[in-house]
Every structure is written in structure tokens, then in C-alpha cells.
Design a protein around this ligand. Structure first.
Ligand SMILES: Cc1ncc(COP(=O)(O)O)c(C=O)c1O
Length: 374
């Protein structure tokens, strides 16, 4: 039977869909309709301590030097997707083993998406300790991959026995371990993570978004484990605005992921700025050292606040538990301090707030506002 078609005459169209059936509610996948978009609060006029950014700008001279050369880039052309200069710089600065391939992403967010898409065979499972970075679960859902979250202990330590048992049962194609973990801030023991990699039946992505603050890495162990990928970002190091993530794994893995990666995903300006600024990585590392020092001082001051339980952190943020997180975060916002409230997102995060470590001045203002908000 021929499909009814609109002839342009007054002839009635048989079985034409009503206008309502063309709306998103009828067409978009149910699981996407049920989602909320990733929350990004407006930061205008606020002390911004919600997104684990480096609070320091680049030195003026370096900014000017980068700006001058950016103006010479041929932005009428597509970027080179193989990004040879940037990859060479990443290799040199971050000790990426010569034998490994490198995957670049528009932020490590995109790398998470690429890896999950590539492994989304029918029936595939992704497993991660939780609470952890929310985009593992979100991308599993978007790719139609089953997600298994293995709860951490109430003090956010890794329950290795529970992870191993869950892996034996779920046989995940993919495991994500954030090292250190977000939003809890702690670093799981290296031996435990190595055991997960050994026992995993599939790929394990060790997400080292906060490695500069932790000083621990699996980068040098890539040759030991053929099923290991180390993923990082330059966001927390001080370049969140340019959106660049990178991951290292065996060349075989990277060749497959490169087929899923959109062809020109890392733009020319990002490639160029990252390559230049990472050539002066000592500037960023010095800032990271200052943030670490400030983290320790902030942790001590938070612990001394009545009504605040502060959890130790190896990252550039500190998770705290307060008596009423919704009320406290609302009052902090009234005092122009933006932090992240995790209450309601996971049972283990009841009444938890995540505080990014800012400059000493920002932290003092935040502490003042926090003690006045409790
Ligand atoms: C553990 C972890 N992985 C990945 C990311 C994503 O980083 P980006 O997309 O900025 O590279 C974040 C951001 O907060 C994170 O906390």
C-alpha cells in the first residue's frame, strides 16, 4: 500500500499524524525525556567554587604571547585531527610511554562518551564505584549500556571485595575508576586499583582528572596492563576554558576509539594554546602547588568549624557534610558564594557539599559565609 502523501490539493490526507505527535515528548527517547541537563549555575558576580577550576590566570606575558600567535592561525581551514605538535608536547610533559597511542577529546567528557559508544555492544555493562563522576552513568544511559554502580563504604573508601564480586557477576566490558574520586576527593589505594585492572574482564579507564593534586598516576603502568587506559584533562590544571582531554592506551585501543571520535573534535585554537602553554607547564604546576597548600589549610579550618564534617582530599576540592545542605547552599548563594550541593544525588552524599579550593582570599570569604550559614 502506498503511504498517504500531501498532494497540495484540498484532498484530505489519510492517517496524517496530528500536530502533537511531532513534538519532542513523542519522539525523543524516554530515558532522555527523564533526564535533567547537566546543571551549570550562573556565576556572574559570584565567588565561583563549584567546578574545580584553577582560580589563577596565566601570567600576563604568557597570555600576550599566546594571543599574538593565535592571530596568525589559519582558522579558515579545519584543524589537523592528528594534532602532532600537541601530542608530542603531551608525551614529553606527561611522560606518556612511546608505545602508547593518544586519544584527544573536546574535554575528557567527550573521551568518556567515545569510549562508551565504542564498547556499547548489545548487552554490554559499564561498572563504576559510586558516588563518582556523574558522566559515566549519564553516557552509559545515552549509549544504551547497562550501568552497575558499586557503593563505596560510608566513609567513601573503596570496598575492593564488593567491586571484585560485582565484576565477577556483571562481567563489565568497561570499568571507570576516578583516581582521585570526584566528588569525594579521596584517592583509592593503588594496589586495589591494580587488582581491579587485573581482574576486570574488559577495559579499565583510570580517570586521572586530578592527578596534579594527587601526585599519583597509572601512566607508568600502561605497559603492564593491556586493558588499561589512563584518561586526563587539562581543565583542572588551569585550562578549563579551552576544553581538552587526553587519554593514553595501547595503539590498538586508540585506533578503535579514533573511528568513533568526530573528525575535527579538538579545534585549532585549543590545539595551539595547549601546546604553547604546556611548553611552560612549570607555571601551571606552581599554581597547583599553591592550591595544594591552600587545600591543607582550608581542610584544617573546615574541620574546626562546628557542625561541619570535612573529608580528606587528594584533589583541588573538599567534600563536607553539614546539618542541612539545601539550606546552607541556599544561604551561601545569598552571600554570593557558589559551591556544589550533592544532597539528593546519592544516598551516601546526604547533606554533602563540594567546595572547590580557591585563592586564599576566596577561601576566607567562603569560610566566613559558611560559618554564618550553618
Ligand atoms: C573525574 C572527572 N573526570 C572527568 C571530568 C571532565 O573534565 P573535562 O571534560 O573538563 O576534561 C571531570 C570534571 O569535573 C571529573 O571530575
Amino acid at each position: 500500500m502506498r503511504a498517504p502523501r500531501n498532494t497540495g490539493s484540498d484532498e484530505p490526507v489519510v492517517n496524517a499524524p496530528g500536530p502533537k505527535s511531532k513534538l519532542p515528548g513523542n519522539l525523543v527517547r524516554e530515558e532522555i525525556l527523564a533526564l535533567k541537563a547537566y546543571p551549570v549555575a550562573s556565576a556572574s558576580g559570584m565567588i565561583k567554587l563549584d567546578a574545580m577550576e584553577n582560580p589563577y590566570r596565566l601570567p600576563e606575558a604568557l597570555r600576550e604571547e599566546v594571543a599574538r600567535t593565535v592571530s596568525t592561525l589559519p582558522i579558515n581551514r579545519y584543524p589537523d585531527p592528528t594534532a602532532p605538535e600537541l601530542k608530542a608536547r603531551l608525551r614529553e610533559v606527561f611522560d606518556i610511554p612511546e608505545a602508547c597511542g593518544i586519544l584527544l577529546g573536546n574535554g575528557s567528557d567527550e573521551i568518556i562518551q567515545i569510549v562508551i559508544q565504542a564498547l556499547a555492544r548489545p548487552g554490554a555493562t559499564l561498572l563504576a564505584p559510586e558516588p563518582s563522576f556523574v558522566m559515566y552513568r549519564t553516557n552509559a544511559l545515552l549509549a544504551g549500556v547497562r550501568y552497575v554502580g558499586v557503593p563505596l563504604a560510608p566513609d567513601f573508601t573503596l570496598d575492593l571485595g564488593r567491586v571484585l564480586a560485582a565484576m565477577r557477576e556483571a562481567r563489565p566490558a568497561l570499568v571507570f575508576v576516578a583516581y582521585p574520586n570526584n566528588p569525594t576527593g579521596n584517592l583509592f589505594p593503588e594496589d586495589a586499583v591494580a587488582r581491579i585492572i587485573e581482574e576486570a574482564p574488559g577495559l579499565v579507564v583510570v580517570d586521572e582528572a586530578y592527578h596534579v593534586f594527587a601526585g599519583r598516576t597509572f601512566m607508568h603502568r600502561l605497559r603492564e596492563f593491556p586493558n588499561l587506559m589512563v584518561m586526563r584533562t587539562v581543565s583542572k590544571l588551569g585550562l578549563a576554558g579551552i576544553r581538552l582531554g587526553y587519554a593514553a592506551a595501547s595503539a590498538e585501543w586508540i585506533a578503535e576509539f579514533d573511528k568513533v571520535r568526530p573528525p575535527y573534535n579538538v579545534n585549532m585554537i585549543t590545539q595551539f594554546v595547549a601546546e604553547r602553554v604546556l611548553g611552560r607547564v612549570a607555571v601551571l604546576e606552581k599554581q597547583a602547588e599553591a592550591i595544594k597548600t591552600e587545600r591543607e589549610s582550608l581542610f584544617g579550618r573546615l574541620r574546626d568549624l562546628n557542625g561541619v564534617e570535612a573529608f580528606p582530599s587528594d584533589a583541588n576540592f573538599i567534600l563536607v557534610r553539614v546539618p542541612d545542605a539545601d539550606a546552607v547552599s541556599g544561604r551561601l548563594r545569598e552571600r554570593r558564594v557558589l559551591i556544589r550541593n550533592f544532597h539528593g544525588s546519592h544516598p551516601l552524599l546526604a547533606n554533602c557539599l563540594r567546595l572547590t579550593v580557591g585563592t586564599p582570599g576566596e577561601n576566607a570569604l567562603m569560610l566566613d559565609a559558611l560559618s554564618g550559614s550553618l
